[in-house]
Design a protein around this ligand. Structure first.
Ligand code: AQP
Length: 332
């Protein structure tokens, strides 16, 4: 089976609909077809300031949501990044192979550091894509399911895998991004020109999965659309409606053209009301399952402990090989 690796930050508390449709949904599907490794990336989370107690709670919360979304610990390896020290260890090696210039070209860093003020951004935020390279290469992953915003980081990962292999001999699998076109970018409900984002979206523009479903239903019903009346998928002319159609189609499995037909001659209000209902029907069991894991932290922690053990077995082998190739003297 091909191998898949992906991670999600624990920082937000609740996942948002973009995280789910852009990434987590694919994770669930790929458990069936891949040898799957998924992690909560707490090392990445501290690239911006975190309250320690909140970080710990949010790490469990993220794991509970992944299980609530349908990850099955019998069919995938679910773990917490900091439980596997090899990530930081290989991360250092990768830091030493990455050019300052090429790291400086990462647009996500440029965006995020500009928002924070260049002096306040940490070196960790700058090197975070390089830790991500280590995350992926440690597992010899073939595919990395992510949203569009991560494409550039996966390209850098490919460059570094090839560089290491070229310099030291074949060591790492060169991974490919796995980006589902339709859901690669879920847009903000109030500003369909930007992606739905924890840090950039206003509260009314973002659907947090753990919010009261009523609150989310209201946000869907007041999503910004255009002045027209026709329900048609047209990303440039009708970005708001197109975003709603994408969400509707993905949550129900109905094709976009099928939905266009269904809503022919009906107003935007009908589409929004129905989508709000579709969303509530989907999110209600998700919230209940997530809550079950939160109510039983012992089970949750033991799933994560078993996951870390399985992950370490793979990561340690890759790290040992990489250390050897680089020329580190083995500890006797
Ligand atoms: N709007 C989105 N559409 C599709 N996919 C998305 N992802 C995030 N937003 C969208 C994908 O979700 C996965 C997990 O992302 P993360 O751990 O990087 O989460 P994050 O960065 O904390 O979430 P945000 O909202 O993207 O935060 P900001 O904007 O503050 O950095 C990834 O695969 C990502 O592509």
């Amino acid at each position: 089976r091909p191998r898949v690796l992906s991670g999600i930050q624990p920082t937000a508390g609740s996942f948002h609909l973009g995280n789910y449709l852009g990434a987590v949904r694919q994770w669930v599907a790929m458990q069936e077809t891949h040898d799957a490794f998924y992690m909560v990336v707490d090392l990445h989370a501290i690239t911006v300031p975190q309250d320690p107690a909140e970080l710990r709670a949010n790490t469990r919360l993220a794991a509970a949501q992944l299980l609530g979304a349908g990850l099955d610990p019998d069919r995938c390896t679910l773990f917490v990044q900091s439980h596997v020290p090899e990530h930081a260890q290989l991360g250092w090696v990768m830091n030493c192979l990455t050019g300052f210039g090429e790291a400086s070209r990462m647009t996500q860093f440029k965006d995020k550091s500009a928002k924070q003020g260049a002096d306040r951004a940490t070196v960790g935020l700058f090197t975070y894509p390089i830790l991500q390279i280590a995350d992926i290469l440690l597992y010899q992953a073939n595919a990395v399911p992510v949203g569009e915003d991560q494409r550039q980081h996966i390209e850098l990962t490919r460059d570094l895998a090839e560089r290491f292999n070229g310099r030291y001999g074949q060591t790492f699998t060169v991974p490919a991004p796995y980006i589902v076109k339709e859901t690669a970018k879920i847009f903000d409900l109030q500003d369909p020109a930007i992606k739905m984002s924890k840090s950039a979206s206003a509260p009314k523009g973002i659907i947090n999965l753990l919010d009261e479903p009523k609150t989310s239903a209201k946000k869907i019903k007041s999503a910004v659309t255009d002045t027209g009346t026709e329900i048609r998928f047209d990303e440039t002319g009708k970005p708001g409606i197109s975003n709603l159609l994408t969400i509707y189609s993905t949550l129900t499995g109905a094709g976009v053209s099928e939905l266009e037909k269904k809503y022919e001659g009906k107003g935007y209000g009908a589409l929004k009301t129905d989508l709000a209902e579709v969303f509530v029907d989907w999110v209600t069991p998700f919230r209940a399952r997530t809550q079950e894991f939160l109510d039983d932290p012992e089970t949750l922690d033991s799933i994560l402990a078993k996951g870390a053990e399985k992950a370490r077995a793979v990561a340690a082998e890759t790290l040992a090989q990489a250390y050897d190739r680089v020329g580190f003297l083995p500890a006797k």
